[in-house]
Design a protein. Structure first.
Lengths: 460, 469
């Protein structure tokens, strides 16, 4: 019996036990979410692979509803006793919550699920930590080879093999397995008072043929560009945002603002800058954004969302025009819409909200370097320090370009320390001139670089 | 499984065949219950209980750390085996710089929480009622408020650290955290504000006696009003007076992280040890215990007794924050800063309670002489970089005109480069305050407090990105 089938069997058995236990309580509706995973990780610190980790985890969330009152419970033990306890706990909590007159029950099973190809790779299940260690070492060397004085401050390799299942008392039941790898490398150049900002680069993949050397060399190349300090000046100018600056979880502006701003839950609560703007132009024609969790061979792809509804490709902004929001079944019913298969579970509380599973900005035809060459005077913004403090409600942002590389006549001339970029996402998207071809998979987003005009840069 | 039985299980595992010949083993186990409650104006949004039990093993084998995690407590020797296997799997070229640890004092102790009203014994109805009061009071404070959400979390339980050197520590866990967020509409413009309060090692009495609903709703209403009524921020650098909360963020983001030994090596302070980096009246401390400190610890997650560290001593760059590995590299005693978010992740170097020591000026004296500048009163998060660049999102900001606080200012963030900003501090208040929050590093969240007195910085220290209309 393979490890993957064992994991799948464990998830199916837990779903079945929990759903049956829930059905034994009359008048109780319940939804069960089970995840079983193994993660193999390596951590790089100061040019060296320092630690290796193996993490096994199983867990279950139960959402129980009685008389339109919901309680949520969690256990990380999937034996029969723990599962019954988890159901009992969720049921007990229903007596403490408020009745939600809008609750229409858990969703029924969809007619069919999409076939999402390329989400499992046996090579990732079988890969040894020793192989990953050798590749991580190649990544570090590739960064160092970019220039003398480049240091890889931190990096990581995470290989995840997981099985996810959802079932509910309405008869819905779905299980899927996936494997993916995430690789990250962050480098600096210089030392002490002249050290550069961290220059992160990384990506996700569903297969082992991810290019470790490219990740290291890209991080090292940007760090090397910071070795020269450029003269700061406050100005409104062109700026090329790298894929990292738009799509990464930690440092991506689009990722941090649009995930909340395009959520149907925010639209229902009238808590997004896009409320009541469907059909309006909210960006330039260069911007087309979809949520596409059915794209083949992508780390963010899956056949069903976190409440078991079928996923789909959903157009959000087409040629600059807002086409709609993303919906889970509850908020969709409040707004008179249909679920777009966009339920996202909070892995701390087990509650479900709405958001993109795999936000995808349609690429253009030019590489990042070609976009840079088109800039007469402006910046290459590699990542956004403080992107997480941007507001999905208002669209306002104010972050430090990290690094902010000054471009003059199509060439990077050096790094401006502490260049601050402020504005509103709606204005920024309206000033998108060209989109790059360098799509990068960050696991939850797929982003290329973008050239914007009229970017507000403030320096000291 | 009760604590003493669990301790036995971990201790026995250290004597198992899987542990034989392994240089260093550190076992950590936890049994916790998290209560999560989200309340909006419309009622309870989420009520959730999360029961979790599990353990991890961290081993040092031939200079490489191996780490493995498993649910429950059934097969601790198996987890040790997985950790050893992980460490041994790395190829020799990944071992260029072998990790070593020095000796530390063995600790055998159980740490208890002294709470008047233990969180685990406080009924959920009481917590829900408190959150509903916050939402009701806040929503009624201004008709322009459209969304109010009060999110409460508490964690209770126990955690254990047992090492192959003989340390065995059991600690009770009692941690609670409240975040209230509001959105308001000023004409066509949406605004947002937030408020945080948190305590560790105490019970529900904290919310009853000090941060009761009226206090929290009063604070957050004031903040959102400032956002709704505020004017745009100018763009550039101006003289700035920072409140203790913002000063704390500066201590944490711009200075504390740079003093963490793992970041120090490639950070902006490297090479400046023992040199003057700030005016003589500037002293920064990281302490394992202060009054109401959210970062308070009795022992760190490597089982080391923590001590106070002076990061900047009267303007001179002082000590680094270390774990056992980095202390050995630096030839110093570990400072007890190894902390892990939970048993599922290895301990890394983290701050505890980081603050500027108070000076001798009143707030009025700090404002005096500022012809035009900004007073930054509260924070909404921030981030630091290795080169000491910091970014802090600000709420509760006011213009300073001719030494007096003026109009409120909305939607802004400040930034700077700490090694350039520190010498431009030109006044330190004699008051003191702290902010409790979570800090993120290497995907681990950690409870910390930051603080200090009011502080004034000259033009050039802080950049304001400004805001568009």
């Amino acid at each position: 019996m393979t490890r993957q089938s064992t994991r799948r069997e464990r998830v199916e058995s837990a779903l079945d036990s929990a759903t049956r236990a829930a059905r034994s309580f009359r008048t109780l509706d319940a939804e069960v979410f089970v995840l079983s995973s193994r993660v193999k990780s390596l951590a790089v610190e100061q040019d060296t692979v320092r630690s290796a980790t193996s993490t096994d985890a199983d867990f279950m969330f139960v959402r129980a509803v009685r008389d339109k009152r919901m309680g949520v419970s969690f256990t990380n033990l999937l034996d029969a006793k723990s599962i019954r306890r988890c159901i009992g706990s969720a049921r007990k909590l229903t007596s403490l919550t408020d009745r939600d007159p809008d609750w229409n029950g858990f969703p029924s099973a969809p007619k069919r699920y999409p076939i999402v190809k390329g989400t499992c790779d046996r090579a990732l299940v079988d890969v040894e930590l020793s192989t990953l260690g050798a590749k991580a070492d190649e990544m570090v060397q590739a960064a160092q080879e970019e220039a003398v004085g480049v240091t890889v401050t931190d990096g990581s390799v995470d290989v995840t093999e997981r099985t996810v299942g959802v079932s509910n008392t309405e008869g819905l039941s779905a299980v899927t397995g996936e494997t993916y790898i995430g690789v990250m490398c962050s480098s600096v150049s210089g030392r002490g008072g002249s050290v550069s900002p961290d220059c992160p680069y990384g990506m996700y993949s569903t297969s082992l043929d991810i290019d470790f050397e490219h990740i290291g060399s890209e991080s090292g190349r940007i760090a090397m560009c910071c070795a020269v300090t450029a003269e700061p000046s406050t100005e409104d100018c062109e700026a090329v945002f790298s894929p990292v600056a738009l799509g990464s979880d930690e440092a991506g502006l689009f990722c941090n603002i649009l995930r909340g701003a395009l959520s149907g839950e925010s639209a229902v609560r009238k808590n997004t800058l896009f409320v009541d703007r469907v059909g309006d132009r909210v960006a330039s024609k260069a911007i087309t954004i979809t949520d596409n969790p059915i794209a083949p061979s992508r780390a963010g792809s899956r056949p069903f969302d976190d409440e078991g509804m079928a996923t789909q490709r959903t157009e959000l902004i087409k040629d600059g025009v807002l086409k709609g929001f993303l919906w889970d079944s509850y908020h969709a019913s409040l707004a008179g819409k249909k679920s777009t298969g966009s339920a996202v579970r909070n892995m701390s509380t087990g509650s479900v909200s709405t958001g993109p599973l795999f936000l995808h900005l349609k690429p253009g035809t030019k590489s990042l370097d070609e976009l840079v060459r088109e800039v007469d005077r402006g910046y290459l913004v590699w990542s956004c320090q403080g992107a997480h403090t941007s507001s999905p409600e208002t669209g306002m942002f104010s972050f430090v370009a990290s690094p902010g590389l000054l471009i003059e006549k199509g060439h990077i001339v050096g790094c401006v320390r502490g260049a601050m970029i402020s504005g509103n996402i709606a204005d920024l998207m309206s000033n998108a001139e060209k989109v790059g071809s360098d799509l990068t998979d960050f696991g939850s987003t797929l982003m290329p670089s973008v050239l914007f005009t009229g970017v507000r840069v403030t320096t000291g | 499984m009760r604590g003493c039985h669990l301790l036995d299980t971990l201790s026995k595992a250290l004597g198992s065949k899987e542990a034989r010949g392994v240089g260093y083993i550190e076992l950590r186990a936890e049994r916790t219950v998290q209560t999560a409650i989200d309340v909006r104006q419309t009622g309870v949004d989420v009520l959730s209980k999360r029961e979790e039990t599990g353990h991890s093993a961290r081993v040092l084998v031939d200079g490489v750390w191996g780490f493995a995690v498993s649910s429950g407590y059934k097969d601790v020797p198996g987890t040790i085996r997985d950790a050893v296997k992980a460490a041994r799997a790395l190829p020799s070229n990944a071992r260029r710089d072998r990790a070593q640890i020095g000796d530390v004092a063995v600790i055998k102790k159980r740490f208890h929480v002294k709470a008047k009203k233990p969180l685990g014994e406080t009924e959920d109805e009481v917590k829900i009622s408190y959150l509903k009061q916050i939402c009701a009071r806040t929503s009624s404070a201004d008709p322009r408020i459209v969304v109010c959400k009060a999110s409460y979390r508490d964690y209770v339980g126990e955690k254990l650290v047992v090492t192959s050197e003989g340390t065995s520590v059991e600690s009770e866990i009692a941690l609670s955290y409240l975040m209230t967020s509001v959105s308001g509409r000023a004409g066509p413009r949406l605004c947002s504000a937030r408020d945080e309060s948190a305590i560790v090692g105490a019970g529900w009495e904290f919310f009853e006696a000090r941060d009761h609903a009226e206090v929290v709703s009063g604070r957050i209403a004031k903040k959102i009003n400032g956002q709704m009524d505020g004017v745009s921020c100018r763009r550039g650098s101006f003289p700035t007076v920072l409140s203790p909360k913002v000063v704390g963020m500066l201590a944490h983001e711009a200075l504390g992280h740079l003093s963490e030994a793992d970041y120090f090596a490639s950070g902006a302070f490297n090479g400046l040890q023992g040199k003057e980096v700030a005016p003589e009246f500037v002293t920064i401390i990281d302490s394992p215990r202060i009054a109401d400190g959210f970062g308070n610890i009795s022992v760190d997650d490597e089982g080391v007794k923590p001590r106070k560290v002076t990061l900047i001593d009267h303007g001179v760059l002082g000590d680094q924050l270390t774990n056992r590995e980095w202390a050995e590299r630096l030839g110093s005693e570990p400072t007890g800063n190894a902390r892990a978010e939970n048993y599922r992740v290895p301990p890394i170097i983290r701050m505890r309670n980081t603050y500027f020591e108070a000076g001798d000026m009143s707030v009025e004296e700090l404002l005096e002489g500022v012809k035009f500048g900004y007073f930054c009163g509260d924070v909404k998060g921030g981030q630091a970089e290795a080169n000491s660049s910091f970014q802090v999102a600000i709420q509760a900001c006011f213009e300073i005109r001719d030494g007096e606080l003026g109009r409120p200012v909305r939607d802004l963030a400040i930034s700077g480069v700490a090694v350039r900003s520190l010498p431009l501090i030109d006044g330190m208040g004699r008051d003191f305050g702290i902010e409790s929050s979570y800090c993120g590093k290497l995907n681990q969240l950690m409870a910390t407090s930051d603080g200090g007195p009011h502080m004034r910085l000259k033009e050039g220290a802080i950049i304001f990105g400004g805001a568009t209309e």
